[in-house]
Design a binder for this molecule. Structure first.
Ligand code: GTP
Ligand code: MG
Length: 527
């Protein structure tokens, strides 16, 4: 984007071998003519700045969340949206309940992580010296580029447990004498499991402060009400990308001086004129930042292996060394440019495990027992409720030769009023949100399996929601009560209800392994 970055425009390394031949000019730093040509080109460069789309897409409704357009200043759109979209309710709740880590299988599906890209190195102020001259032409090199932060979804990970709380990319080194450019800062790569979404969010501490303040004002307010009503202002571009803030100097500023002070330089007309031109360079750097320092308002969905890491925060530009500032007016540039700062932001990482099918049932229905007998997964089984606290995915191998298989997720049981946060709530439903099919598991041991099924349907969002999925209903624990045929009767009522909804159903005993092969066949069809 930069019209003419001195680094790119002037291939300095190619002449480095000549260094011993010259005693008066540094080997390959840009010549006076080249510098002047470059500075003059900056003056007329504003006309080449690309036009930006000046309107934002009309509809702000019906997106992943609604936002309101407040105003537009040049190419920046000021919008606002409820706080709930820039934090995580579950994260806050877990924080309040001191549940920082879910320990079962070391599974963590939610993290807020502080990320920081590296600042660019400063340009150097240095002059060529040799036996003949004490002070020769400027030869201060450029600062190195600051390190950037990337994310990548990889295979073989199934939890966000290994992520660190904070990632800071390396700073670019300062430039050196003899036109030595500073080394680039080390980039950082955050590897995450497939199925992770990344969203820009506020610093959780800031959110807790806001929530504390709002609840203090009105004691009857719930956390949810606060998050839904407090509006957060955000700046976006026309493509609904949040403009990330790089705290740094304005065009014309950001100088480093040596020997003579800033005051001294500001009084000199030659410096003011020169700085006028350099301002254009700074503006271009800012322009480039405008195009690169953003993050999608609705986040990114890493639901596949990411071939190429995705940059989320770019490192700061390195500052120019004084070798670029030698002109016929300025023989002794005792100044260089500071490197640009890095960007700091918080991101909400959320893992939604991806399985072809999901098991949905009340606690104790036998979901984990089913996954145990059909797949390689070995989730814990217990005769108490809420044995399962975290999702487990099992792979059901159908043909070892062809590798045909499908995956099934076992999630914690769902109880009546889970929507109102009873039991484990509905938090874990997100893990089977993207599954093609849902397997409702009800226990034929319970008094009214049809009622259990209705409860489940109600909790997960009603028939309309359920019918977006392929459904199979499993009546488990068919082995119970062998003396009377009450389980059979219960299954027949269940089957009738299912037929009305055009769903397939099957009675099984996961414990005794009855009817399991047929179950797997039906599941395979669904998947
Ligand atoms: N009799 C009988 N008991 C079963 C059957 N399947 C599971 N169970 C028992 O039911 C209890 C609960 O089984 P789980 O597989 O842990 O149930 P779950 O649905 O995963 O429960 P949560 O994880 O709490 O939601 C265990 O004691 C199992 O042994 C079955 O087919 N017949
Ligand atoms: Mg279980």
């Amino acid at each position: 984007m930069l019209l003419r970055s001195p680094q790119n425009a002037l291939p300095r390394c190619c002449t480095r071998i000549c260094s011993n031949l010259y005693s008066t000019i540094p080997d390959n730093s840009p010549s006076l003519d080249e510098n002047e040509g470059w500075l003059n080109s900056l003056a007329g460069s504003s006309s080449i700045v690309p036009e930006l789309p000046s309107t934002m897409s009309d509809s702000h409704k019906g997106k992943r969340f609604d936002y309101e357009l407040i105003s537009k200043v040049r190419d920046r759109f000021h919008i606002k949206a409820p706080l709930v979209n820039f934090t995580s309710v579950n994260y806050l709740k877990r924080f309040n309940n001191h549940i920082h880590h879910q320990t079962q299988n070391n599974f963590i599906d939610l993290r807020i992580i502080q990320c920081k890209s590296g600042r660019g190195g400063n340009g150097a102020i240095s002059f060529h010296r040799d036996a003949n001259r004490r002070v020769g032409p400027p030869n201060g090199g450029d600062g190195g580029q600051g390190g950037s932060v990337y994310v990548q979804a990889v295979e073989g990970m199934n939890s966000l447990a290994k992520l660190k709380a904070k990632y800071t990319a390396g700073e670019g080194s300062d430039g050196g004498s003899d036109q030595l450019d500073g080394a680039s800062g080390k980039d950082l790569l955050i590897k995450v499991p497939i199925g992770t979404t990344v969203r820009w969010c506020l610093n959780p501490k800031e959110v807790r402060d806001i929530v504390g303040r709002e609840m203090g004002k009105d004691l009857s307010k719930s956390l949810k009400e606060v998050l839904d009503t407090v509006q957060v202002p955000v700046q976006c571009d026309a493509q609904e990308q949040i403009l990330l803030h790089r705290e740094d100097y304005e065009p014309g500023k950001g100088w480093i001086f040596k020997d003579k002070t800033e005051e001294y330089h500001k009084q000199k007309q030659w410096f003011t004129e020169f700085n006028e031109k350099m301002m254009q360079y700074d503006k271009e750097v800012k322009r480039e930042e405008f195009f690169q320092d953003h993050f999608p308002l609705f986040g990114i969905d890493l639901d596949n292996i990411t071939e190429k890491p995705i940059r989320i925060l770019k490192g700061g530009h390195g500052g120019l060394g004084n070798m670029h500032f030698l002109t016929s007016m300025i023989r002794n540039p005792r100044f260089a440019k500071q490197g640009r700062s890095g960007i700091e932001a918080h991101f909400l990482f959320e893992l939604k495990v991806i399985a072809d099918l999901g098991l949905v049932g009340l606690p104790n229905a036998g979901k984990s027992t089913i996954l145990n007998c059909i797949s390689n997964a070995k989730p814990e089984i217990g005769h108490w409720e809420f044995t399962t606290l975290v999702p487990t995915i099992g792979t059901v191998m159908r043909n070892a030769h062809t590798g045909d298989s499908f995956t099934v997720a076992d999630i914690p049981g769902i109880v009546k009023d889970a929507r109102l946060d009873r039991g484990m709530g509905l938090e874990f439903l997100k893990h089977i949100e993207r599954s093609k099919g849902w397997i409702f598991v009800v226990s034929l041991e319970n008094t009214d399996p049809v009622q259990d099924l209705l409860t489940l349907i109600g909790e997960v969002g009603g028939l309309e929601k359920v019918n977006q999925k392929k459904i199979l209903v499993v009546g488990n624990k068919a082995d119970t009560d062998p003396n009377t045929n009450s389980t059979q009767q219960k299954f027949l009522s269940l089957q009738e209800f299912c037929l009305q909804n055009e769903w397939d159903s099957i009675p099984i005993s996961a414990l005794k392994k009855h009817n399991i092969e047929l179950l797997v066949q039906k599941m395979e069809q669904l998947a």
